[in-house]
Design a protein around this ligand. Structure first.
Ligand SMILES: [Zn+2]
Length: 267
């Protein structure tokens, strides 16, 4: 469930008009940005059917109505939606992410069914492609930070007015960098994406897809830790990364090491 107890405890207002909920499952965040006339932008609503129901109830209690959605990347836990959020609301993603989601719809659906069953299959992964630039909505300026780290078509959102960076599955305090191992250049692609986020000026708060909201110094530390992790793995060293705790992260780390080893051997 998202948060606990009353709808008002569900969301934390991290900056004026920017709310973050944190689901128990995978410490997954959902971000809501308030816009004009009670409209709001809903970013990566997640994870369980009950979580989305609680989110919809909270929005309604606050007098907020979704007018746009955003999916940061085409992984199942970032392309969910519910009729209670409005079946006809445009849900944007980068063009490549929308294409990948359409192509991988059976896999995305299977992923959701396995881990968070009961989601509406007709709404899952239905994304409207958007080029670079801004999310077209009547609210605070919302810039798309495009790169292909972690997943193809990844699109973080940056709100220059409040300095909030909704990073998608990057810049986490609880996860190591998770590479898109199917990419042509997984390490280079990740470095490029991390560099794009690091080059933003005015980041005051970072919201990772999984983990905890960080301030500007935590954002810098996470970027540095992520680059240090990549440096170590690519060089064949053991990274001393305190985030390497859970078994599934160790398994991902082993895949990264094997990938880096293969690249070194082939070089
Ligand atoms: Zn992901």
């Amino acid at each position: 469930m998202l948060g606990i107890g009353t709808p008002d405890s569900l969301m934390r207002e991290i900056a004026p008009g920017v709310f973050v909920a944190t689901a128990t499952m995978y410490t997954t965040t959902t971000t809501v940005v308030a816009g004009a006339d009670g409209g709001c932008l809903v970013i990566d609503p997640a994870v369980t059917v009950a979580d989305l129901g609680a989110l919809a109830a909270w929005l309604s209690a606050r007098g907020l109505r979704p007018v746009a959605g955003w999916s940061t990347h085409p992984h199942w836990d970032h392309v969910l939606w519910s009729r209670s959020l409005g079946a006809g609301v445009p849900r944007y993603a980068r063009s490549r992410a929308a294409q990948v989601a359409a192509r991988d719809l059976p896999g995305l659906t299977a992923g959701a069914d396995e881990s968070a069953p009961g989601h509406d299959h007709e709404l899952l992964g239905r994304l409207s492609p958007l080029g670079a630039g801004q999310v077209p909505w009547d609210g605070p300026r919302t810039e798309v930070v495009a790169h292909d780290a972690h997943a193809p078509g990844h699109g973080a959102l940056f709100l220059p007015g409040s300095g909030v960076l909704v990073a998608g599955d990057m810049c986490s305090d609880i996860e190591i960098p998770l590479l898109d191992t199917d990419a042509a250049d997984p390490f280079g692609g990740y470095r490029h994406g991390l560099g794009a986020l690091a080059s933003l000026s005015g980041v005051r708060l970072v919201v990772p897809g999984h983990g905890h909201v960080g301030d500007s110094s935590q954002f810098r530390r996470r970027v540095a830790a992520d680059f240090a992790y990549l440096d170590a793995v690519e060089a064949g060293r053991d990274p001393l990364d305190p985030r390497l705790t859970q078994r599934w992260l160790r398994a991902e780390h082993d895949r990264h090491r094997a990938l880096a080893g293969g690249l070194r051997d082939g070089a």
